[in-house]
Design a protein around this ligand. Structure first.
Ligand code: TRP
Length: 334
C-alpha cells in the first residue's frame, strides 16, 4: 500500500512486434488504472535474455516499447514505467527466492516445457528459473494485484506460493499478490485462424495487425481476414471470424455487437471488412503520430527512464533490505 493506493505490477517483454491484440486486450485498458492503483509497468529485459537476443535489437525494442506505453497514454509521471535491468533489486531478490523454490515446482511450469521444446539448443538455467525472477518482480513492490493473461496464471500462482512459504518461515514479509480482475480487454484472435489468439510471434504476418502497420497494410490485412460463407454479419460462435471482427470493431468504436449487426445487416463482408480496417487505421494513426513525436523528444523519455528507475530502486530496496535481514545477511556497515 503506497499513497493509500493498492499496488499493481505488470511486466512486459520487448520481444516481437506488438499487435492490435496487445493494445485492445491490455495496454488501452491500463491507461486509467493509476487512478485506483499505484502502478508499475516494467520492461522486463532481464527475462528477454532467457532466449538468445541480438543486443542492438533488444535495446531498440525495449526503447520502442517504453515509448509505446507513453504514447498509448500511460503517463510516466503517474505510472512507474522502468527497465527491469536498471533496478538491481530484481536480480538480488530472485537469487534469494531461488533458494525458497523447489525444482519440483519449476518442473511443472508449462511455459518452461514449451520454451525448452522450442529452443532445444539453449535450455539454460535462466529459462528454468524465469518464474522465480517474475516472482521477485512482483514481490519486490509488495504488489496487491497483477494483470496477467492465461499463459502467466501458473507463474503468478507460483509467486503466491513462494511468498506464502517465505512468510510462514519469517513472518509477514511479502504481500500475497492476487490476479487483477477488472475490466478485461477484448480477446483478439488471429485474422487467419480465428480459433487462435492474435500473437506477435505468429509466422504469418497477415494473421496480426502490428501497431506499426500503415493504413494500407491494415486495410489489406482486414480484407484478407478469414471469415465464412454465411454472408451474414452476426455475433455468433458459429462464425468465429466474423465474431472476431465484430469484437475488434466494437473495441475500436465502442459500438456494441448488436449495434454493429444492425449497421451491417444486409451488407456484404467486403463492406464490413473495409469499415473495420478503416476504423482500426483511424485509431492507430494518432498512436503512431505520438510515437513519432515522442521518439524525437529523447531528453523527455530519458528523464522519465531515469526518474522511474530511481523511484523503483528506492521502493524495491525497502523490501530487499527486509528480506536480506530475515534470511541472515549481515548488515552493511555505512
Ligand atoms: N512473464 C511475463 C510475460 O511474458 C512478463 C512478466 C515478467 C511479468 N515479470 C512479470 C508479468 C511480473 C506480470 C508480472 O508475459
Amino acid at each position: 500500500m503506497l499513497d493509500g493506493k493498492k499496488t499493481l505490477f505488470s511486466g512486459m517483454q520487448a520481444t516481437g512486434n506488438l499487435t492490435l491484440g496487445n493494445y485492445l486486450g491490455a495496454l488501452k485498458n491500463w491507461v486509467s488504472l493509476n487512478e485506483e492503483y499505484q502502478c508499475f509497468f516494467s520492461v522486463v529485459d532481464m527475462h528477454s535474455i532467457t532466449v538468445r537476443q541480438d543486443p542492438a535489437e533488444l535495446r531498440k525494442r525495449a526503447r520502442a516499447l517504453y515509448t509505446l506505453y507513453v504514447a498509448a497514454g500511460l503517463d510516466p509521471e503517474k505510472n512507474c514505467i522502468y527497465y527491469q535491468s536498471h533496478v538491481s533489486g530484481h536480480a538480488e531478490l530472485a537469487w534469494i527466492l531461488n533458494c525458497y523454490t523447489y525444482m519440483g515446482e519449476l518442473n511443472r511450469m508449462t511455459q518452461f516445457k514449451d520454451k525448452s521444446a522450442k529452443h532445444e539448443d539453449n535450455i539454460n538455467a535462466g529459462l528454468y528459473t524465469y518464474p522465480v525472477l517474475m516472482a521477485a518482480d512482483i514481490l519486490l513492490y509488495q504488489t496487491d494485484v497483477v494483470p496477467v493473461g492465461a499463459d502467466q496464471k501458473q507463474h503468478l500462482e507460483l509467486a503466491r506460493d513462494i511468498a506464502a512459504r517465505f512468510n510462514s518461515i519469517y513472518g509477514d514479509v511479502f504481500t500475497i499478490p492476487e490476479p487483477y480482475i477488472g475490466k478485461v480487454g477484448a480477446r483478439i484472435m488471429s485474422l487467419q485462424n480465428p480459433e487462435k489468439k492474435m500473437s506477435k510471434s505468429d509466422e504469418n504476418p497477415n494473421a496480426s495487425i502490428y501497431l506499426t502497420d500503415d493504413r494500407d497494410t491494415v486495410i489489406r490485412k482486414f480484407k484478407r481476414a478469414v471469415t465464412d460463407s454465411l454472408a451474414d454479419v452476426r455475433y455468433s460462435d458459429e462464425q468465429p471470424g466474423i465474431k472476431n471482427l465484430i469484437d475488434i470493431y466494437s473495441a475500436t468504436t465502442m459500438k456494441t455487437p448488436a449495434e454493429i449487426e444492425k449497421e451491417f445487416s444486409g451488407k456484404g463482408y467486403g463492406d464490413f471488412k473495409l469499415a473495420v480496417g478503416e476504423a482500426v487505421a483511424d485509431m492507430l494513426k494518432p498512436l503512431q503520430d505520438r510515437i513519432a513525436s515522442l521518439s524525437k523528444d529523447k531528453a523527455y523519455i530519458d528523464s522519465m527512464i531515469k526518474n522511474n528507475a530511481e523511484k523503483a530502486s528506492y521502493l524495491s530496496n525497502k523490501t530487499l533490505r527486509k528480506v536480506q535481514k530475515k534470511v541472515g545477511f549481515p548488515e552493511k556497515i555505512r
